[in-house]
Design a protein around this ligand. Structure first.
Ligand code: TRP
Length: 333
């Protein structure tokens, strides 16, 4: 059975979005909206699975993430943006999916596993957190998503979604749900400014789309380069040097980057000069985004309205999907 391509993706509103999101998924979404029907979900319920004690933070960040989307060029005329908690059908579908998944399989999900370690839950993993991949499968399938533009770390989620889709279709003898394909950007993972891990809010090594000029400059000037490159005239290492990693990603002037690398390797190019150059490159990228964001932030009511309109639209689709599910599962009393 053929399905037309439907893009569904989302983010947890635990903070504003950063450059890792920008290269990992936002750019792809801006492109995909011209080709396909695209939905972007703000995953406030998923955010609560590890922030149950901080609902106000989650709520505030729903609007921050909206501002990020709109300021990078996600166009609400082309993309339907909605908020997870206002689609109760997602919660309903999650409950039904939970019977098709084992606890053991969830514990082996590499993304969940890594996050559980990072959060040091030990034996006290919230059940809602452990099962969030199942709820993510419901997010994707409630609109019958076939394309999911995300960062590399989300690949295990798509795999698990497809297992659930296959199990559901097989068990109930239907073809309601299509399998989904992940679309990962060329830069699926951007390192943090500290060079030690991926860029992430919880690791404190992120550059946000909303950072002002001074903050941006401070973050760039303290980026990890080559700890043995002490004097300007010393030869320096380009590999695992965050400034060069970022230049490779963000500077469109490849010849210039290549010349800077040569000079750095030979010696004679100081970190301060190099970082000031990266600062200029990033500031040029972020200035229009920052201006648009500040403009939108003046009118948060309007931004909220866009979100609620998108949510209304998805509610109808979700209700139709649940009708099909109820029929398939003999729950259509
Ligand atoms: N888990 C994703 C993240 O942490 C957010 C997310 C929730 C999502 N539901 C989704 C991504 C559905 C893609 C599809 O970034």
């Amino acid at each position: 059975m053929s399905h037309k391509e439907i893009v569904l993706t989302g983010d947890r509103p635990t903070g504003p979005l950063h450059l890792g999101h920008y290269v990992g998924s936002l750019l792809n979404r801006v492109t995909l909206q011209d080709k396909y029907t695209q939905y972007i979900m703000i995953a406030d319920l998923q955010a609560l699975t590890d922030n149950a004690d901080n609902p106000v933070k989650v709520r505030d960040n729903v609007i921050e993430v909206m501002l990020d989307y709109l300021s990078v060029g996600i166009d609400p005329e082309k993309t339907t943006i909605f908020v997870q908690s206002m689609i109760p059908e997602i919660a309903e579908l999650t409950i039904l999916y939970l019977n098709l998944v084992t606890v053991n399989r969830l514990q082996r999900n590499p993304t969940v596993k890594a996050e559980m370690q990072q959060k040091k839950y030990g034996e006290s993993v919230p059940a809602g957190f452990l099962m969030y991949p199942v709820s993510q499968a419901a997010d994707i399938t409630i609109v019958k998503g076939t394309i999911v533009p995300v960062g590399e770390d989300q690949l295990p989620m798509i795999e698990q979604t497809n297992e659930i889709v296959r199990a559901f279709n097989r068990m109930y003898g239907v073809t309601i749900f299509p399998e989904a394909k992940a679309v990962v950007a060329k830069v699926g993972r951007l390192s943090g400014t500290d060079g030690k891990a991926k860029m992430s809010k919880s690791l404190g090594n992120a550059i946000y789309l909303s950072d002002d000029v001074d903050v941006l400059k401070k973050k760039v000037m303290s980026m990890y380069t080559d700890s043995e490159h002490l004097r300007i005239e010393d030869p320096g290492k380009v590999e695992d040097n965050m400034v060069f990693e970022y230049l490779d990603v963000f500077d469109t002037n490849k010849e210039k980057v290549s010349a800077l690398k040569d000079q750095y390797r030979q010696g004679g190019l100081g970190d301060v000069k190099l970082k000031l150059y990266l600062f200029e490159v990033l500031n040029e990228l972020l200035t229009p985004i920052r201006i648009k964001r500040a403009e939108l932030a003046q009118n948060k009511d309007e931004v909220l309205k866009i979100l609620l309109q998108g949510t209304d639209k998805v509610r109808k689709i979700a209700s139709n999907t649940m009708d099909e599910v109820r029929r398939a599962m003999h729950l259509d009393y």
